[in-house]
Design a protein around this ligand. Structure first.
Ligand SMILES: NC(=O)c1ccc[n+]([C@@H]2O[C@H](COP(=O)([O-])OP(=O)(O)OC[C@H]3O[C@@H](n4cnc5c(N)ncnc54)[C@H](OP(=O)(O)O)[C@@H]3O)[C@@H](O)[C@H]2O)c1
Length: 351
């Protein structure tokens, strides 16, 4: 697996990092711990020597599983996060999600230094580590300046508990602020953002800025949660609690159009390399200028095995351009219920 430097931190990551969100069992994914542990071990042994998790994934469960799979292994980089809490209710509500018992949990923003310190201590315990390689602000807290939160992480770098500092879901302005306020400790190491063939907005601003400032970029949901792997045919049903069912990308009409592009344009290129759709889409994403690595979410050993090969697959410039062009300008149709809700709220507001 190819490795790349993550920003100027001295930290190296494989171009395919394992995303441990689905195996925590929140929003989607099974709670089959044996399968999850197998998937993690296959990933680490096969060359995905970095894993991205977060306290809130599975409400602590994703970090616990990663900790169990890691036990005694120092060759795997551990990337976690702070700033979204389900175990305290101080800040503004970020979102609600069902836990594995079907109970609705509220997740709150909390970027206060005191909370950051508590979260890192809890992560170290769950992950069975003395130091985390990268801790990222998961999402900006609307009530706490970004500089204050990353400043608390800088104190944890000094204390030897954190190696490097990252952020996620920031605007360009917030990234610039975070980078500036960390100047004395070498700047921001990385930003984690949504990037896929269907979501390329970061190419306009954050990717060029990151490249120019030696800040790494970790692309999340590169398969758009399975859709770009060709794994969501028109008739696939999602179980209760699986949030994908309500997302715009997963509406039947969008599925149909995305699957048509995959089969008409991406499939022939994949076949030419003896590769799958998921491998080809991941390989395309890895080589977008400014992207350091993709975070490939997986909950089964089979998915991990498949995604590992994306780290060695290289597409030609012509193939990359063909795939990019096929999705350029793709406009998602809004879910029907969103249209209905908009009409209902429009009427209420009109009263
Ligand atoms: N910072 C943030 O706010 C944020 C947000 C989202 C994600 N992330 C990070 O990014 C990682 C990746 O994102 P993601 O998990 O949202 O989405 P993703 O990687 O785009 O998709 C993961 C899903 O795709 C399907 N899949 C994976 N490999 C496949 C394969 N080879 N063939 C067919 N289907 C395959 C699986 O769906 P099924 O389960 O249906 O099989 C899996 O759950 C996360 O794990 C997390 O670490 C961060």
């Amino acid at each position: 697996m190819r490795q790349r430097a993550l920003g100027s931190s001295g930290l190296e990551v494989p171009v395919v990092v394992l995303g441990a969100y689905p195996l925590g069992g929140t929003n989607w994914g099974s709670r089959d711990d044996d399968e999850a542990l197998r998937a993690l071990r296959v990933a680490f042994d096969g060359g995905m020597t970095a894993v991205d998790t977060a306290p809130v994934y599975g409400f602590g469960h994703s970090e616990e599983l990663v900790g169990r799979a890691l036990a005694g292994r120092e060759d795997v980089r551990v990337l976690s996060k702070v700033g979204l809490r389900w175990d305290a209710d101080h800040g503004r509500l970020a979102y609600r999600a069902l836990d594995a018992n079907g109970q609705l949990r509220s997740v709150h923003h909390d970027g206060r230094p005191k909370s950051v310190q508590q979260e890192v201590e809890q992560s170290l315990r769950r992950l069975q580590r003395e130091r985390l390689d990268l801790v990222q602000l998961h999402a900006p807290d609307p009530d706490v300046p970004v500089g204050e939160t990353v400043g608390a992480l800088a104190a944890l770098v000094d204390a030897g508990k954190v190696r490097a500092i990252g952020t996620s879901n920031l605007s360009l302005e917030q990234m610039t602020q975070a980078h500036g306020s960390l100047r004395d400790v070498g700047g921001l190491t990385s930003e984690q953002l949504h990037f896929s063939l269907l979501t390329r907005g970061a190419e306009e601003d954050r990717l060029p800025w990151a490249a120019a400032n030696e800040v790494g970029v970790l692309a999340y949901s590169p398969l758009d949660q399975g859709l770009l792997a060709g794994a969501v045919p028109a008739d696939r049903k999602f179980p209760k609690g699986d949030k994908r069912a309500g997302r715009a990308t997963f509406q039947p009409e969008n599925r149909g159009r995305i699957n048509a592009i995959l089969s008409d344009v991406v499939r022939p290129i994949a076949d030419g390399h003896g590769a799958t759709l998921a491998q080809t889409v991941l390989a395309w994403t890895i080589d977008v200028p400014g992207i350091t690595a993709v975070l490939a979410g997986a909950r089964t050993e089979r998915h991990v095995q498949e995604n590992l090969r994306a780290g060695t697959l290289e597409l030609s410039e012509e193939e990359r351009a063909t795939i990019g062009r096929a999705f350029a300008g793709f406009e998602l149709q809004a879910p029907k219920t969103q249209g209905l809700m908009a009409r209902v709220f429009g009427k209420l507001r009109g009263r």
